[in-house]
Design a protein around this ligand. Sequence first.
Ligand code: AMP
Length: 189
Amino acid sequence: MALNLILFGPPAAGKGTQAKRLVEMRGMIQLSTGDMLRAAIAEGAEIGQRCKTIMDAGHLVPDNIVIALIELKLDEAEQAGGAIFDGFPRTLAQAQALDDMLERRGGRIDQVIRLKVDEDKLIARVTKRFEEQGRPDDNPETFVTRLEAYGAQTAPLLPYYAEQGKLSEIDGMGSVETVAAQIDAILDQ
Ligand code: AMP
């Protein structure tokens, strides 16, 4: 039976790092819409061109684009024994579409793990990432816009998952290992 997990939290909360670790340890696959969009831009795909300006400004790309990107990967995810959704869903429409797509395949979201972080401290984390990796949307001004998008459009999903009894919250400010241990404890329950 496939296990589908959402890693939830603002940008730069550490979702990608934790997802990659789970891929290594558990053989699940990571579905990061941010990575898919960046790959589309790098390949020069038409969809990438349409999204680049929106992403560089720190806004969310249209729901139908990210929903379609995720749907393309769901068969692969099922075969891998489940997916770690990283950076998706980010709106209620995306969450509902995800539930519908999984239901049609006889699956569901099993767990939503929220990495709780101190948003002020994230700015320092991202400034460092910006210097190291140079992602345009990590520059401090754009990052503030991304945090605002999270607060306005994504954080309102928390009650959606809490009401379904799927939401667990952990402290995301510790070391990578400390956060990983908390995630493992939830998944191994
Ligand atoms: P991320 O790497 O997850 O922080 O995503 C980088 C950027 O890609 C975001 O700031 C958005 O512009 C876009 N993006 C990624 N995932 C989504 C999503 N689920 N919904 C809308 N926009 C997204």
